[in-house]
Design a protein around this ligand. Structure first.
Ligand code: MLT
Ligand code: MN
Ligand code: ZN
Length: 305
């Protein structure tokens, strides 16, 4: 199985267009040791099949241009993206669907029933796409079952409901339902190797911990270092946990949780917010992650499993 990190930043990207926090300003000026990052997406495939695109980032066109394998050029109009799978209905994970509207066939999109509802009501992207390429919706259940994605080399996917939040425009924003946000276990049917991916993870419940203990690699929420990060930088009043993201540091934080995994498990953080000190390659926080064997994803990183 091959996993390509297309976009490793959270919503807004890094630097964020209107932000002058120390990180965004520093990376723009080249005065800090940090890399630019596009918004949250990965691609995965088993064998040499087409790719499964996880999330359609607002930066998807730039991401496709930066990764030749997504454009195999086998016909006048062609793509290496066999299907799209959505982890939630958030803006940073769905806006890129509009950029894929020239598709020659109906876009095959995998997602849960609540995500389909949000994308047909509060933010009706799926209805808009009916006027362009159309959508072939494939429902993902969160009942523990595994599906085979034939359009992506037969990659196997198991979706897990996560405790997090539906987007602000969801009709059930204040009444969360299982499937608003998912994590996935990807499994290569040939090698049996597996990965757990969850770019938005508010809390690690038992069924999630169990899945994380069984895989070869975890690729999880790296949004915030501290719970009050956005407040201390002065950009919003909301805590990390209120936004559905478990911070890395502190009691019960992501570092503690990842420390419990077997020593052989590869551990990486993704969906990193532009305020996070781990973006600075020479920061004490980045060194602390390294001491715990935790890697920080950057755009263009390849993971071979
Ligand atoms: C989130 O996961 O909380 C988002 O990145 C929010 C957003 O895209 O605005
Ligand atoms: Mn996000
Ligand atoms: Zn910033």
């Amino acid at each position: 199985m091959h996993i390509r990190i297309l976009g490793s930043a959270a919503g807004g990207g890094f630097p964020q267009w209107n932000c002058n926090c120390a990180n965004c300003d520093g990376v723009r000026r080249g005065s800090i040791r940090a890399r630019r990052r596009t918004q949250s997406s990965i691609a995965a495939r088993a064998g040499d099949g087409d790719w499964l695109l996880f999330n359609a980032s607002p930066d998807v066109l730039q991401q496709i241009q930066g990764f030749d394998a997504l454009q195999p050029a086998r016909a006048l109009r062609d793509t290496g993206i066999g299907a799209v799978l959505l982890m939630d209905a958030q803006v940073d994970h769905t806006t890129g669907l509009y950029m894929l509207r020239e598709s020659r066939r109906a876009l095959q999109i995998w997602g849960t029933a609540p995500v389909r509802e949000d994308l047909s009501t509060g933010n009706p992207i799926l209805r808009v796409l009916e006027h362009f390429c159309g959508v072939q919706w494939q429902e993902l259940a969160v009942d523990g079952s595994e599906v085979e994605i034939a359009a992506a080399g037969g990659l196997r996917v198991r979706a897990l409901a996560l405790s997090s939040k539906a987007p602000p425009y969801s009709p059930h924003r204040h009444a969360p339902v299982p499937g608003d946000n998912i994590g996935v276990v990807l499994r290569d049917p040939q090698s049996g190797r597996s990965l757990f991916y969850a770019p938005g993870l508010g809390a690690i419940e038992d069924h999630v911990r169990e899945a994380m203990h069984q895989v070869d690699c975890v690729l999880v929420d790296g949004t915030f270092w501290t719970d009050d990060e956005m407040q201390s930088v002065g950009v919003t009043g909301k805590s990390a946990r209120a936004l559905g993201h478990l911070p890395q540091s502190g009691p019960g934080g992501m570092i503690e949780q990842l420390d419990l995994l077997p020593a052989t498990t590869r551990k990486l953080l993704i969906h990193i917010n532009n305020t996070n000190p781990i973006l600075r390659e020479d920061s004490a926080e980045r060194a602390e992650l390294a001491a715990h064997g935790i890697e920080v994803c950057h755009d263009g990183l390849d993971i071979a499993l």
